[in-house]
Design a protein around this ligand. Structure first.
Ligand code: CUA
Length: 307
């Protein structure tokens, strides 16, 4: 139950609100159960039972009571809900986001103001309230990292604001929480909270173009990347690959997973993915390019240089 394990003031607010509502529900359930049992015992049919001569119908005070009390309870819940919503999410659109997160079928594009692009892994500095934009690239997705804060829909054509905050360093798992097609289950989110200095170093490194390969398989891989149409969908900083249909690959070797969390990012897995992504993530929009084993090896070698 990650949602009840808050690691930020935002998720803490949500968890305590849930706990209070749960406690209130338990009290109401207990009260109703006790009254029900009492009524059953008191008014049960006994030997020699006959229908009472006086039949009562309607009781104005009771009826007003059982309408007014629930109304009062629902009003209190409503007020606390609205308060929690205002405390855990920006009330209006953030003008200058610290990060832009776009939901795509089936991965998350992550963009920072310094020009860095990454995918599925969102680095944030610990202890800072990060202002995020949540955007929709194709269909509606929903960004949710339960330990860190509320959910936010990623809607095409709309800009939604969200706060992300983590009190402690660590990796916090999230997922797409709105059904968005075949691979909805595999668009996982990893929020990596780092000490501010580490975060700044990471961010600066991600904005730098990777070193161009100079020889061997990696150099041939860079050529193949252009010739075998990878370039039509993927960008790599510092090269003429600028298309952002699929994830930016400028620093792919520095990421922990492939396919939005479906496999670990190892050289072997990367080679399997390049050879036939459909085998690993059925329905993924990256096609099987029918590459030879040799070409797969060369492209993998190139990707492994993109740290
Ligand atoms: Cu994206 Cu479900």
């Amino acid at each position: 139950m990650r949602v009840l394990n808050p690691v930020s003031p935002l998720s803490g607010d949500i968890a305590s609100f849930f706990n209070n509502m749960f406690a209130l529900s338990c009290v109401i359930f207990g009260l109703v159960a006790v009254l029900l049992v009492l009524a059953l015992l008191r008014y049960r049919a006994r030997p020699g039972y006959t229908t009472p001569a006086i039949q009562a119908s309607g009781h104005t005070l009771l009826e007003i009571g059982w309408t007014a009390i629930p109304l009062l309870i629902v009003t209190v819940i409503f007020v606390f809900t609205v308060k929690a919503m205002y405390r855990t999410a920006p009330a209006e659109l953030i003008r200058t986001p610290d990060v832009q997160i776009t939901g795509h079928q089936w991965w998350w594009e992550v963009r920072y103001p310094n020009g860095a692009y990454t995918a599925n892994e969102i680095h944030v500095p610990v202890g800072k309230r990060v202002n995020a934009w949540i955007l929709g690239g194709d269909v509606i997705h929903d960004f949710w990292v339960p330990e860190l804060g509320p959910k936010m829909d990623a809607v095409p054509g709309r800009t939604n604001s969200l706060w992300i905050e983590a009190d402690r360093p660590g990796t916090y798992l999230g997922a797409c929480a709105e059904y968005c097609g075949t691979e909805h289950a595999w668009m996982l989110i990893r929020v990596m909270a780092q000490p501010p200095a580490d975060f700044a170093a990471w961010l600066a490194a991600q904005a730098r173009p990777p070193a161009a390969p100079s020889a061997g398989d990696a150099l041939r891989g860079a050529q193949l990347f252009r010739d075998r149409t990878c370039i039509n969908c993927h960008a790599i900083a510092g090269t003429d690959a600028t298309s952002r249909v699929g994830p930016d690959l400028s620093h792919i070797a520095s990421r922990t997973t492939l396919g939005a969390g479906i496999i670990e990012n190892t050289p072997e897995n990367l080679a399997r993915w390049i050879a036939d992504p459909q085998k690993i993530k059925r329905g993924v929009l990256m096609p099987d390019l029918q590459l030879s084993d040799e070409d797969v090896r060369a492209i993998t070698a190139y990707m492994e240089t993109l740290k």
